[in-house]
Each structure stands twice: as C-alpha cells, then as structure tokens.
Write a protein of this length. Structure first.
Length: 203
C-alpha cells in the first residue's frame, strides 16, 4: 500500500479530526517529521535538550495552526516556517534575558588570565564591578554576543543569524573585540587595586 503524502494526511485529518482515523493521520504526520524538526531546532540552538523542548513546542503550534495550512505549498515548507519563527522568538527572548545576568555568570565570561583580579575584589561587590565593566567597555552588540555565547552557550553561527551580523567573521569578530576590551578593563582594575594597596601600606 502506497504511503500517503503529507498533504493527503492533512486532508484526511481535516475531513474528520475527531475520529480515530483523523487522529492516526495526525500522529503519523508528526511522527514522520519529528526528527527533522528536532534537527532544525538543534541547528538554531546548538543544544540537544533545548532542541527537543523546542521541537515539542513547534508541533503544538503546528497542531493549533493546522487550519492555516494551504495546499499551495508543501507541508514541510509550512512546518519549517513555524520552526524557524519559533526558534528565532526563543533566541530573542534569551538575548533579552541576558541583559540581567548574575555576577557569577559574568565571571565565567572573563578570560582565565584575569582570575587573580577577581580574587582581589570583595565577593559581594564582584558582580556589580563586572557588570559595570561590561557596560563601560563593550558596545551593545559586543555585550549581547558575549552573553549569548558564554552564558547561554549559543553557537556563533546562530548568534550571527539572530543579530543579522553582516561582517565577514560574524559573531566571532565581536567575541575577539569584546575580550580585548575586557582584558584592558581588567588590567585597569588590577592597576587600581595595586595603587590602593600602596596607599594603604606603603606610606
């Protein structure tokens, strides 16, 4: 028996959605494309667990919007559009949440060579100082790229697409620039800390 096409399965479900036949058609349709949708989600997020969760959300949206599918395009094209838009929305939401990061998360973004600097900063003030350093040293795009990559572990390719970066190296160029600026800022902090010690003990 020849397998039904995606579009035929949609039509069968629409003809009688409450019947077992309609439900079976829908289940077959989604089972057929689950691995593909999960792969699409992984391509956007670079995280297996996040991709699995997003794939479930995509199929829920597809189910809720199935009446909007038109036969003038392939079902996979329509499904990919939902997947792409949902992943973009999620990545944008993560980027928005990244503005309010904790001191611990920001410490993880600092170069290993600066760890001795953090040791000289009081524990209860380190988060604020690091946030101030981010604000003072980086422009808006650099701060977003650093936080999205190091805190939320997004692949550089996904960040480049999400932020619409058109430079040749994409997000990687902003990482290099941001790290250079942060290292300069950390050196200033280290110098200031050393100066205070001299004032306190070297008089």
């Amino acid at each position: 028996m020849e397998a039904l096409s995606d579009e035929e399965l949609v039509a069968r479900y629409r003809a009688d959605p409450a019947s077992s036949r309609g439900e079976a058609s829908l289940n077959q349709l989604f089972a057929r494309h689950h691995s593909r949708v999960a792969a699409w989600c992984y391509r956007w997020t670079g995280n297996i667990d996040a991709a699995a969760d997003l794939a479930q959300d995509v199929f829920l949206k597809a189910y809720q919007r199935l009446d909007s599918f038109r036969q003038d395009s392939k079902f996979t094209t329509w499904l990919y559009s939902i997947t792409r838009n949902h992943c973009l929305d999620e990545l944008k939401a993560r980027a928005g949440r990244s503005v309010e990061t904790t001191g611990l998360e920001l410490e993880q973004m600092i170069d290993a060579r600066s760890e001795d600097v953090s040791m000289t900063i009081e524990r209860d003030q380190s988060g604020k100082l690091l946030q101030d350093l981010m604000r003072e040293s980086l422009d808006e795009t650099e701060a977003k790229v650093m936080t999205m990559h190091y805190v939320h572990e997004m692949p550089l390719e996904s960040i480049t697409r999400l932020l619409g970066l058109s430079n040749q190296s994409g997000a990687k160029a902003y990482i290099v620039s941001a790290r250079r600026k942060l290292n300069r800022g950390i050196s200033r902090l280290k110098g200031a800390a050393g100066g205070r010690k001299k004032d306190d003990y070297g008089k």
